[in-house]
Design a binder for this molecule. Sequence first.
Ligand code: GAP
Length: 435
Amino acid sequence: MAEQSSKMEKLVSLCKRRGFIFPSSEIYGGLSSCWDYGPLGVDMKRNIKNAWWHTIVQSRDDVVGIDTSILMHPRVWEASGHISGFSDPLVECKKCNLRFRADELKEQKCTVCGSPLSEPRQFNLMFKTFMGPVEDAAAVVYMRPETAQGIFVNFENVMTSTRKKLPLGIAQQGKSFRNEITTGNLIFRSREFEQMELEFFVKPGTDMEWFDYWVNARLEWYKKLGIKPENLRLRPHPKEDLAHYARCCTDVEYHFPWNWGELEGIANRGDFDLKQHSKFSGKGLSYFDEDTKETIVPCVIEPSAGVDRSMLAFLADAYDEEQDKDEIRVVLRLHPMIAPVKVAVLPLSKKETLAPMARQIYSELRQIWATAYDDSQSIGRRYRRQDETGTPYCVTVDFQSLEDNAVTIRERDSMQQERVPVAELKALLAARLAL
Ligand code: GAP
């Protein structure tokens, strides 16, 4: 356990030091549970989102994408059940006024000062704000707590405009906001985060088959992108723990440094959402089945993932330390698809003689891949820096390169080096990176 918590501390420190993740508004002391993504973090996060989009939308005929607004009509949240039911039980310390989630406490007393706690009351997790210049009850709107509802309310628009048939998925990535009572573990649970959600509409009766399909497909996605299978598991929810909208639900969990935690939930939402929005909006949300000549309300299978949580899992899983001669090498063994930088070009010496050739190679490679250029400090230290940020390949230009027009490629995980003619460099990297 001590080893695991120190792994988390090391990861947090690496994220800050190397520009993956910074506390939000840090110069003002930070804002609790809000995070900023630095230069490497933003690229890594984008890579995760692109990998998801590629698998879920681009490579399938039966899924289309959408991007809906964060602020929605307040009635949406009445229909979805968020106004009445999206809450956690909150208790308050009678002495120091600290607040806790009642269902997360082992003992019913303040974990800081040991004093008695108030009776639990339900605390709604949605952030409220006002739309327009008047701050009264009629102007209240909510920051969306999930991207899913933007998909449900556009079901009719998408079906009509794409002329697609069932089964059809609608996918969306974007920010969601939850005023969580307890947060923590870096980006695992924050108040502003990003989701990647798919609502897959199917004919009733085929829903359980599709549910099983998506549970398996989502588990495999994480494995394919390099997460160790032993650190992943499926956790079916017991009936009594199901959300009000779900017929069944299974989480993909990851073995985080502190414990197992949810990465993604796959739910069979049945016809709950379309029926609720039909009822509250007065617009019939249904589908005419050409095969049976019947009008039906589709069922929905929802794989709902968190971008930030996935990123933390990819980082934690990739983090490794190994003895290399008389020092410890820190390496992020990220899948090339996820790694923020794919190649680093390193001239062996800062001498002007090597710069033109190294710069030329750099400018060609960066047209294809996220590429770094580093000419400061010893080559050993530069390799270490690239290892620490997960760069799969380093290309070293040395004095011999000027003679034989060849460079050295060094692979991150094995540290193996090989000499390659510059003319073959791009093809070789393309084959090795296999993006
Ligand atoms: N539409 C269904 C839905 O939103 P959820 O289980 O509440 O389901 C889905 O959220 C995913 O969103 C979670 O598995 C997690 O990855 C991510 N998520 C939820 N709350 C989060 C938070 N406070 N911080 C970071 N990620 C969060």
